[in-house]
Design a protein around this ligand. Structure first.
Ligand code: ATP
Ligand code: MG
Length: 390
């Protein structure tokens, strides 16, 4: 029996003249992601990507899971491939295909004949295959055309015929890399991994930037961030994590500036450092996990003051989500448990008692005039470290 994986694209099918480019990118990504599970031939035909094992050793189940989490694919199924003759199709339906219907009580058959030279029409194929399955099930299965447990699809395509039992929703979105590269400001919190996932789903390749304040933050806090990045790589592929220490900046702010501006000033430093790193590594946007009104530094006034130091667009995909929604997404993508670990973050070091919620830009700039902004930035950038995960 030859089992293969069929993937339907989502938005790519709407791409008109650029479609071939997106298809090629998706095939390359699938090739990379399935490589760990054996040798597969990957090709696209008629709005479908085929993932075909090249030999018996290939782990089809593993490749299926990897493909299901690959952005750009909207539905996925395992199918039995058979020769394009009525006899072969009926024979497959009665034998190799029956295990796919385990657990079902009712079914219906839908046939699609994109090769119009095939001698039976689609309704005829459905009727024949339905009959074959009923016979092989010895009374266990019934046909229900309205609410079947399983919809059996028979597709007569150019190369062969395929039988599959239903299809699962896959992750959707656009292939990674089709929308450029962005730098994700990745803290150890719940929001930023979700923000990274959301932008990656739109096709953005992700690099990450993490700020730490050793010795106020620990090695464990850094490991936590790296394991969050590692979790994201299940969707995004390899991530380069840039790590910068901001301890000396925080100490300078503590010594020279008004306490209630402290978080905001630090955030402006983070944005400047991120933008410089982004420029150096070919990222075209910054991505943060900010959500409007969540904390003092995320009021509209505070966001405007933070934004003011950046020329690059800053994407904040979680801006309109509330905490519950963000947590729900974090659980879905599997980052919640790690994010919930209690290690300290640099934002929690020297936290002001009464942070400004309605800062004015003039006042913020007055505070910055008291310190050597460029010197502090230079020193931070000299100490940048770099780790690749995934
Ligand atoms: P999160 O749950 O993502 O940590 P938060 O609710 O803790 O968010 P803030 O601490 O104000 O909110 O951070 C807002 C955003 O700034 C984060 O989502 C992240 O993108 C970025 N950020 C904050 N701290 C760091 C850090 N130490 N390193 C890198 N980025 C950070
Ligand atoms: Mg945080």
């Amino acid at each position: 029996m030859k089992e293969i994986i069929l993937c339907k694209y989502g938005e790519i099918s709407l791409k008109g003249a650029n479609r071939a480019y997106f298809e090629k990118l998706l095939r390359e990504l699938l090739k990379k992601r399935t490589a760990a599970f054996g040798a597969f031939r990957i090709y696209s035909l008629q709005s479908t990507v085929y993932i075909e094992p090249e030999n018996e050793d290939a782990d089809v189940e593993g490749a299926y899971r990897a493909a299901k989490n690959t952005f750009g694919i909207s539905a996925i199924t395992r199918a039995v491939q058979t020769e394009k003759t009525t006899e072969a199709i009926l024979e497959t339906a009665k034998n190799q295909f029956m295990p796919y219907l385990e657990g079902a009580k009712t079914f219906k058959v839908e046939a699609k004949r994109s090769d119009k030279r095939f001698p039976l029409t689609s309704p005829e194929i459905s009727a024949e295959v339905g009959g074959a399955i009923l016979e092989a099930s010895h009374g266990r299965l019934r046909v229900d055309v309205h609410h079947p447990d399983v919809c059996v699809r028979v597709e007569i395509r150019d190369l062969a015929a395929y039988l599959c039992a239903g299809q699962e929703r896959a992750i959707g979105g656009m292939p990674i890399g089709s929308s450029g590269k962005g730098l994700l400001l990745l803290s150890g919190g719940i929001d930023s991994p979700v923000a990274g996932f959301m932008m990656a789903k739109r096709g953005v390749k992700i690099d990450a930037m993490h700020f730490e304040s050793f010795p106020y933050t620990s090695e464990r806090a850094r490991m936590k961030v790296l394991s969050l990045a590692e979790k994201l790589t299940e969707y995004t592929g390899e991530i380069h994590v840039h790590i910068i220490s901001v301890t000396h900046i925080q100490e300078a702010l503590r010594d020279a500036c008004e306490e209630d501006y402290f978080t905001l000033l630090l955030r402006r430093f983070m944005m400047r450092l991120s933008e410089r790193t982004a420029e150096k590594f070919g990222c075209e946007a910054l991505i943060t996990g900010e959500s409007l009104g969540q904390v003092a530094s995320q009021t509209m006034e505070a966001l405007n003051c933070t934004q003011a130091v950046c020329h690059m667009p800053v994407f904040r995909p979680a801006i309109g989500l509330d905490k519950e929604e963000i947590i729900q997404r974090a659980r879905q993508i599997g980052t919640y448990e790690t994010s919930a670990l209690p290690y300290e973050d640099c934002c929690t070091v020297f936290t002001p008692r009464h942070p400004q919620t309605k800062p004015r830009l003039g006042k913020v700039e007055e505070q910055e005039a008291k310190i050597d902004v460029d010197g502090l930035l230079e020193r931070a950038l000299e100490g940048v470290e770099w780790v690749t995960v995934g």
